[in-house]
Design a protein around this ligand. Structure first.
Ligand code: AMP
Ligand code: MG
Length: 409
């Protein structure tokens, strides 16, 4: 049986070969960039007034001038005015009112805020002692230069990235095409969410959880249910394999008499990469591929154990990182927390301990164990924020020891 790390590494060897596609900026939220976005001009593109007030020549201030006659108004979105020194009298300096976002008027170099002025009779008098050359001017190209790379390929387009793309005129963007994904629950005991279950039935929940988890990538997966009948399973999975790049199944991969999933997948030509991992929960996870690496033809199948806690763990530990890689995203940075109290887990396998996270005033992130009553106890997960990965080679875990956590938020 494979270790967690070996199983994970194996899944990462078979990323889907996903095409690039062009989408409009308004449709690009959550998608992964396939091209670099560069600055089309300097950032900022001109010496930009950064505060509402007046623009002056610092040399006038330096030579003792404190009162300036207002010679005009420079507003944002208008071509720059020029401060004309010939219009200047001996008693007063000359200035232009200038608004935030305006181009700094030609012939000026320094901005004084209205808050630091007294205004009367067309004159502005500086009421502060400390004025620096160039203050409140956001000088051209101080943030980025034209042609600088602003967003590399492989960036996930969140709100800030979309703003950057908009600012350089990227009305359309090349992003990774989303895979078609089918979520399939299996089991005779499962009824639809809208149905009233008989005493020996339950409502299916796993596929809804998976669908919500995939939505964070912008993926809209389709939902399916198949009964525990080997022939029906084979016919339905054949159809779904035809129409989707990824199948994520739940249930039917354990040792039960109705657990037909692995045999049927193999018969359909999906090559088993592994079945079972030295872990709890989620030991029976099955992973297979078909036409690996072939654009348009490649298929990936994750068959997850049906117990809800197992399904959730396998989704966050294997399936979502797999999709990240396929979409062209770098791995999520590892996160760690410290155990809040000692914990014992004797079997020599990796244990994913549900934990509640609490951040302490001293900066530590503490993980409070919520072991619950096993992989079917998913009500327990309501209180959990993450799984803490307790390594296989250890059975006593001390308070204060740090381990990796996998967030389920
Ligand atoms: P299985 O992996 O098919 O042996 O199922 C293990 C347990 O998980 C059984 O108690 C199933 O009823 C339950 N289960 C399987 N699939 C789902 C599902 N989609 N939603 C909720 N529970 C499920
Ligand atoms: Mg089942």
């Amino acid at each position: 049986m494979l270790s967690v790390n070996d199983a994970f590494a194996l899944t990462q060897q078979y990323p889907l070969p996903l095409a690039a596609e062009t989408v409009s900026l308004t449709e690009a939220g959550g998608r992964v960039l396939r091209e670099a976005i560069r600055a089309d001009r300097d950032f900022p593109p001109f010496d930009r007034v950064a505060m509402d007030g007046i623009a002056i020549r610092f040399a006038d201030y330096q030579s003792g001038q404190r009162t300036f006659r207002i010679a005009g108004q420079q507003r944002a979105g208008q071509p720059p005015l020029t401060l004309d020194p010939s219009a200047q009298s001996a008693e007063t300096g000359l200035c232009l009112e200038a608004m935030t976002g305006a181009m700094l008027p030609i012939g000026t170099d320094t901005v004084i805020r209205y808050e630091d002025l007294s205004l009367a009779d067309g004159l502005a008098t500086i009421t502060i002692d400390d004025v620096q050359r160039g203050q409140h001017v956001h000088a051209r190209a101080t943030d980025r230069r034209a042609n600088d790379e602003l967003l590399p390929a492989g960036t996930r387009l969140g709100p800030t990235e979309l703003a950057v793309a908009a600012s350089v005129g990227a009305a359309t963007l090349q992003v990774t095409a989303l895979p078609r994904i089918a979520l399939v629950s299996t089991g005779d005991e499962l009824v639809d969410v809208a149905d009233a279950p008989l005493p020996y039935q339950i409502r299916r929940s796993n596929t809804y959880m998976l669908r919500a988890a995939l939505a964070s990538f912008g993926i809209t997966a389709t939902l399916h249910h198949i009964i525990d009948d080997e022939q029906v399973l084979q016919d339905q999975l054949a159809r779904l394999l035809d129409q989707n790049e990824v199948l994520i199944l739940s249930g039917g991969v354990s040792a039960g008499k109705a657990d037909f999933v692995p045999a049927v997948l193999t018969r359909l030509g999906v090559q088993k990469q592994f079945h079972k991992i030295e872990q709890r929960p989620g030991k029976p996870l099955w992973f297979g591929t078909m036409n690996a690496g072939q654009p348009g033809l490649a298929r990936t199948v994750f068959a997850l154990p049906g117990n809800p806690v197992s399904t959730i763990l396998c989704a966050y530990r294997y399936v979502l990182p797999y999709l990240r890689t396929s979409l062209g995203l770098p791995p999520e940075p590892a996160r760690y927390a410290q155990l809040a109290r000692p914990f014992t887990f004797a079997p020599a396998i990796t244990y994913f301990l549900p934990v509640r996270l609490a951040s302490e005033p001293d900066g530590r992130l503490l993980a409070h164990p919520l072991p619950g009553s096993g992989s079917a106890d998913f009500a327990n997960l309501m209180e959990a924020h993450a799984f803490m990965e307790l390594p296989a080679g250890q059975s006593e875990f001390s308070a204060g020891e740090a381990f990796r956590i996998w967030s389920t938020l």
